[in-house]
Design a protein around this ligand. Structure first.
Ligand code: ASP
Ligand code: MG
Length: 434
């Protein structure tokens, strides 16, 4: 019997009516003879509201209590959805992450799943019940309730899909799928029919908020077929799966942007062995994720090291960096939080020269200055002024003619014509942060 995991984001369960609509959709899938395990996010904005509440009580909320608080949002939606399904005459049972067997490590706020003990979920499915699991949460190996990082319900869904050996993990959201660029900036951006795990990883890591980065990694490692689609219509969305040669022919899949990072430059660092390790080890120990590291060639035995890190981590990083700078004898630390990153992603880049040059030309022609460049085999990222980000996304999208060509080539031949017709998604109200 086919088994389906469906995940509904915060906007999709944002009101009683929407929860009832989700219930109808879930029941319809079950009526087609499939076992259905549903993962829900908290109702729109409720996690943010809980974060705000905590901030009014404590400037540094205790991590354990914070996780206790935040996991309540998903409990509300799971119970309501379960009731709505029962109202439609089907048996349903809701489970917290802990009841569903999501076992994590002990790092509150960004726990990693170490094991999924899905016995209880499987038993309920075998009894013909629809199982509703609260996303974003688990229980640690020390029996505390943990959360999986913002957007973590995606992770719950993918992990359950892997463990239950689901045919597909459907991520229902408030946009139609993955687009060649943010449609709010580039109205002619097109929906992609499929992206490879690697491309989706790069897109998520570069600021595309449609799927949580960690869940893409998990899906790739466990070969989970993911289908990102709208909960407001019945259209096919975007498939995230193993790369095939059609994807490579497309050269470019999309452009992501990110204005959540800040740039740090350590000026006048002595150019000798071990200095970089001394700079980055304290940050790593604090769990601060640095990105885009560049070191210049040295003059007079000194060099500059620049890198980016999440703006939210700047406050924690600053004292560590000051200490490091004194320790290694650097001249000064400069921080800049008015930057933005624009990234071009595509599997076909591996075998097509000139992509970087074209991107730089598009930015140059628009008078946009590039401050830092970094690349992987399928991504080129440029740091520009934050105020230039939107324009940068537009001109790069135009340069690569992503509106027509790339997508046309990337489509399934059979569905190309339906897919190419303009698919304007509804305006997202930011499901990435429910
Ligand atoms: N409710 C959590 C958040 O807003 C988890 C999720 O929606 O995926 O981050
Ligand atoms: Mg999300």
């Amino acid at each position: 019997m086919a088994l389906l995991v469906q995940k509904y984001g915060g906007t999709s369960v944002g009101s009683a009516e929407r929860i009832q609509a989700v219930a109808r959709r879930v029941v319809a899938a079950a009526d087609r003879g499939q076992k259905v395990c549903v993962v829900v996010s908290a109702m729109s904005h409720s996690t943010d509201e809980l974060v705000d509440l905590a901030a009014q009580i404590s400037s540094v909320p205790h991590p354990r209590e914070m996780d206790m608080l935040l996991t309540s949002g998903e409990r509300i939606s799971m119970a309501l959805l379960s009731m709505a399904i029962m109202e439609l005459g089907r048996e349903a049972i809701s489970m917290t992450g802990s009841q569903a067997g999501i076992v994590t490590d002990t790092s509150h706020g960004r726990a990693r799943i170490v094991e999924v003990r899905a016995r209880r979920v499987l038993e309920a499915l075998d009894e013909g019940k629809i199982v509703i699991v609260a996303g974003f949460q688990g229980v640690s190996t020390e029996y505390n309730i943990t959360t999986l990082g913002r957007g973590g319900s995606d992770m719950t869904a993918v992990a359950l899909a892997a463990e239950l050996d689901a045919d597909v993990c459907e991520i229902f959201t408030d946009v139609d799928g993955v687009f060649t660029a943010d449609p709010r900036i580039v109205p002619e951006a097109r929906q992609l029919h499929a992206v490879s795990y690697e491309e989706m990883l790069e897109l998520s890591a570069s600021g595309a908020r449609v799927l949580q980065l960690r869940c893409v990694e998990y899906a790739r490692n466990h070969g989970v077929l993911v289908h990102v689609r709208s909960s407001f219509n019945a259209e096919e969305g975007t498939w995230v799966r193993e790369e095939d040669e059609r994807m490579e022919r497309a050269i470019i899949s999309g452009i992501a942007h990110d204005t959540s990072e800040a740039k740090v430059t350590i000026v006048g660092v002595p150019d000798k062995p071990h200095v970089a390790a001394r700079v980055f080890t304290p940050l790593a120990r604090e769990g601060i994720n640095v990105d885009m590291i560049v070191q210049n060639i040295s003059t007079d035995g000194r060099t500059d090291i620049s890198f980016t890190l999440p703006k939210d981590d700047l406050v924690r990083a600053k004292p560590l960096l000051d200490e490091v700078a004194t320790g290694v004898g650097a001249r000064e630390i400069q921080t800049d939080d008015s930057i933005g990153k624009v990234s071009l992603v595509g599997a076909g880049m591996k075998s097509h020269p000139g992509v970087a040059a074209d991107m730089f030309e598009a930015l140059g022609d628009a008078g946009i200055n590039i401050e830092v460049i970094s690349t992987s085999s399928i991504r080129i990222s440029c740091i520009v002024r934050a105020t230039d980000v939107e324009q940068a996304v537009k001109v790069v999208h135009k340069k690569f003619e992503l509106p027509e060509e790339a997508v046309a080539r990337e489509q399934h031949p059979a569905t190309a014509t339906d897919q190419i017709k303009a698919l304007r998604p509804p305006q997202s109200d930011g499901e990435a942060a429910s």
